[in-house]
Design a protein around this ligand. Structure first.
Ligand code: NAP
Length: 296
């Protein structure tokens, strides 16, 4: 079997077109969804993520408020900025680009963001709501993965899902979402990590494998069941002298070999990546819709 490729760029483009229409409806009601982006320092990767997020906002009509601060910014200065953004009615979502410089306590920053504007879904209040199955902002990467699966018509109900990776931004929230008693859940989930014994034995059982380890070739063809759906979250740089920049991006899955066994597979790049920003836009539009409903 040769797998069909799940085209994350196409799914993202479809969702962005839907969101653009939603933004137009909101604008007709006098509300322009607004996303504040906060970036400390000038790490090149963070800068390029922030630029991509702002560009994506512009493309669907979301107002983006750019806040770039020096790397030496103090915890108090950052808190003051977030406090101001929390109160600003033009802002419906606040995104603090991670990682933050060493002098900043990241967990305190996440607590400062108003849960009603926490479009990353990282505030403990929103994490708690997600766990108990209440409507809330869902973290972007795992929510993007669920959208990819649903829009590719993958059956989640009763599916055996094996997730490799237990981070707070991918593995843990994805596992929580997939076990919810809901049409976008109802799966049976196993989460593997570096202390898992016989990881291959778990992965071999999976109808759906999600690789989020951050290590090339974590998932090889011998570990994958014939016909499984394989979602590759990993983004890893490997040296490549044939490329101008000296490296290429690969996922966590041995793509060429695994695609001969899987039924569906995401490429890297062009799979999960485009969905992460799309779900940030989705949460920002949802937040603006809530303000219309609540008359805030
Ligand atoms: P992370 O915080 O480094 O977590 C990695 C997880 O994988 C940890 O739970 C770790 O286990 C586990 N792990 C690592 N090596 C393993 C191995 N050999 N066997 C089993 N488990 C292993 O990473 P993350 O932030 O979740 O990101 C994971 C990958 O996804 C990275 O490549 C990242 O760049 C990518 N990513 C992509 C997007 C996107 O939009 N495309 C978004 C987020 C992340 P322990 O807990 O035991 O250490």
């Amino acid at each position: 079997m040769t797998a069909k490729i799940i085209d994350g760029k196409q799914v993202a483009a479809d969702m962005r077109a839907e969101l653009k229409a939603e933004v137009e409806k909101l604008k007709a009601k006098g509300v322009v969804p607004g996303l504040a982006v906060v970036l400390l320092g000038d790490d090149p990767a963070s800068k390029s993520y922030v630029t991509a997020k702002e560009k994506a906002c512009g493309e669907i009509g979301i107002y983006s408020d750019d806040n770039r601060l020096p790397a030496e910014t103090t915890q108090q200065q950052l808190k003051s900025l977030i406090d101001r953004l929390n109160k600003d009615p033009k802002i419906h979502g606040i995104l603090v680009q991670l990682p933050l410089p060493k002098q900043i306590d990241e967990s305190k920053v996440l607590l400062t963001v108003d849960p009603d504007k926490d479009v990353d879904g990282f505030h403990p209040v929103n994490v708690g709501k997600m766990v108990v199955g209440e409507k809330t902002f869902l973290p972007c990467t795992p929510h993007g993965i669920i959208q990819l699966l649903i829009r590719s018509k993958v059956e989640l109900e009763g599916a055996e899902v094996v997730i490799v990776g237990r981070s707070n931004i991918v593995g843990k929230p994805l596992a929580n979402m997939l076990i919810q008693k809901s049409p976008t859940g109802n799966a049976t989930v196993t989460v593997c990590h570096t202390r898992t014994k016989n990881m291959a034995e778990h992965v071999k059982r999976a109808d759906i494998v999600v690789a989020a380890a951050g290590r090339p070739n974590t998932i090889t063809a011998d570990m994958v069941k014939e016909g499984a759906v394989v979602i590759d979250v990993g983004v890893n740089r490997v040296a490549d002298a044939t490329k101008k920049r000296g490296y290429r991006l690969v996922g966590d899955v041995d793509f060429d070999a695994v695609k001969e066994k899987a039924s569906l597979i995401t490429p890297v790049p062009g799979g999960v990546g485009p969905m992460t920003i799309t779900m940030l836009l989705y949460n920002t539009v949802e937040s603006a819709k809530r303000t219309v409903l609540s008359g805030r």
